[in-house]
Design a protein around this ligand. Structure first.
Ligand SMILES: [Fe+2]
Ligand SMILES: [Fe+2]
Length: 193
């Protein structure tokens, strides 16, 4: 799926479902971080009008996802907890190239975003297919579709804007790295946990 090297064990969905308040809190903050990431990509690369345009739409959509999650939290009488740390994303961040040319860093930032969208999409699929809660299963199905579109957008921007990066080759390196990294996860009630 989306080139991912390792698919999530469906049993992770049972862990997630055993603590819905926690997975929903973590999920809400994932959406906020995705919006923040899109906004900072706009800020740092404002010379590309089509990127500004499409990432504005994504930032808004991610905050709409945030709103949908906090609405569910409220309706169910849960509380939105404090922002949760995302160890998986922090590990991906370390793999991101920050040296080299401005273009190299820009392209890797887009691939970093595509990587998170791809895994989030896969995790939403696992939830949609394996949890017993009908409302949430439908909700996660819809989000899976949306995050798949974001994945495509980020990857296509990397292909469009590269100057000196072999995007297909670097994307393969990302998939290899992530495939090993994800082996350490799938044990907690967090979206990337
Ligand atoms: Fe989202
Ligand atoms: Fe997204």
């Amino acid at each position: 799926m989306l080139g991912l090297k390792l698919l999530t064990d469906p049993r992770w969905a049972n862990i997630a479902e055993s603590n819905l308040e926690e997975i929903l809190t973590d999920h809400a903050w994932c959406e906020q971080k995705a919006a923040t990431n899109a906004i900072s990509l706009i800020t740092q690369n404002s010379e590309h009008p089509d990127l500004v345009h499409e990432l504005t739409a994504i930032a808004i959509e991610e905050m709409q996802h945030f709103q949908l999650v906090i609405d569910i939290i409220k309706r169910r009488g849960y509380a939105l907890g404090r922002e949760r740390k995302d160890d998986y994303v922090n590990q991906l961040m370390k793999f991101m190239k920050k040296d080299g040319s401005r273009n190299t860093a820009f392209i890797d930032r887009l691939l970093f975003a595509a990587m998170i969208e791809a895994r989030s999409c896969e995790r939403f699929r696992v939830l949609s297919q394996n949890i017993n809660d009908k409302e949430l299963a439908r909700f996660y199905y819809d989000l899976m579709v949306s995050e798949a579109n974001h994945y495509t957008t980020f990857l296509n921007f990397a292909r469009r804007y590269t100057i000196d990066v072999d995007v297909e080759r670097r994307w393969k390196e990302w998939l290899e790295f992530e495939g090993k990294l994800i082996q350490s996860y799938g044990k907690t009630e967090h979206i990337h946990g």
